[in-house]
Design a protein around this ligand. Structure first.
Ligand SMILES: [Cu+2]
Length: 173
């Protein structure tokens, strides 16, 4: 518990220090820098939402995003989406997502993402959704997802293209 509070306090301190000119919050956790954390408003009664963010590893050792939790979701998983013969497929990364040293890993629509499952309510545009990421080395890292509009930043993906996924939890799209 102490560790959690300290982590949170250091993140809060970093946020206070960041310049107002930088719009997107930059979160530092050890050697990791996390930016552009966002999600999309959920259409209709959708019970799932993708979470997207950019993770920069400025250290000399690899880290790994192993899991995440969110108060708004019953469960959060680390997923990879890819095209297979024109069909979008979702895959649970049960060992997590490796963040190699010196590399930037972008979680974005159509690729890696965190999946918020069993949503307790819809995500609305303009909302800020707190999520706690769990890294192998950096530990628990609280971030805030800025909720954009339905289908935002993903042209042609405004709710139609995800219906062909083989991932059970996504049939609501
Ligand atoms: Cu997914």
């Amino acid at each position: 518990m102490n560790r959690l509070i300290r982590t949170f306090a250091s993140v809060a301190a970093v946020s206070l220090l960041s310049v107002a000119a930088v719009q997107a919050a930059e979160i530092k956790a050890g050697d990791l820098v996390i930016t552009e954390a966002w999600s999309r408003a959920t259409p209709g009664g959708a019970k799932v939402a993708g979470g997207f963010l950019t993770i920069d590893n400025k250290g000399a050792a690899a880290d790994r995003l192993v899991s995440a939790t969110a108060d708004v979701a019953g469960k959060v998983e680390v997923h990879e989406m890819s095209m297979d013969n024109g069909v979008m497929k979702m895959r649970l990364l049960d060992k997590g997502l490796s963040i190699e040293p010196g590399k930037t890993v972008k979680l974005a629509p159509g690729g890696y993402h965190i999946m918020l499952l069993d949503l307790k309510g819809p995500l609305k545009e303009g909302e800020k959704v707190p999520v706690t990421l769990q890294f192998e080395k950096a530990g628990k890292v609280p971030v805030t997802l800025d909720v954009a509009g339905v289908g935002a930043k993903a042209p042609g993906d405004a709710g139609g293209s995800m219906t062909k996924t083989d991932h059970k939890g996504h049939s609501g799209h």
